[in-house]
Design a protein around this ligand. Sequence first.
Ligand code: NKO
Length: 205
Amino acid sequence: LAFNLALILLAYLIGSVPFAVVVSKLMGLQDPRSYGSKNPGATNVLRTGNKTAAALTLLGDAAKGWFAIWLAEKIAPGIPVGALAAVALAAFLGHLYPVFLGFKGGKGVATALGVLVAIQPWLAVATAATWLIIAIFFRYSSLASLVAAFFAPVYYVFGSGLAWYAQPAMGVALAIIGILLFYRHRANITRLLQGTESRIGGKKK
Ligand code: NKO
């Protein structure tokens, strides 16, 4: 148990690395917490107009979600699915409440995608495709994230069929991640309803 707790703590620390802030600093850009939505995430970094910085943020934040789970499986082969679900949740929570940023982190979209890649690649592909379709049609990153967050647990339950009942822990972790994604987007939801949400490609204010 102590060993699994150490893996969960490690996942939290990995998830805590804020790539939006790190990449911006390394590339000499303004801190993303000072403009636009003030969110340390890929979408907000894109508001600087620097697509490379946004892409690196997306890649880093997704990679850490994947890496935390990959590492846990590497260190503890045959780790029970319940512990692995806790590792996944810990990496995600690290991004939302990072110890390195005074517990004020991002919304968790890219990190959740990385978690999905590690758990079920087909699930990551289906969820990313859902995000992309909504983003292309509506040009709102937040709306695309909300729709993807709703469908990911649905895809998981339907896509894994009876296997889900055999291993409910991961399904529960994904549902919690989905609910937290909605909670972290509450300001975006207000803006979407008011018609004041900024579209993808819009510049920072
Ligand atoms: O600045 O508040 P903002 O407008 O920036 O940002 C809102 C945005 C924040 O998220 C990001 C990350 C963008 C990532 C884009 C590709 C994600 C594709 C896959 C979605 C995966 C959802 C996983 C759900 C798991 C349950 O929303």
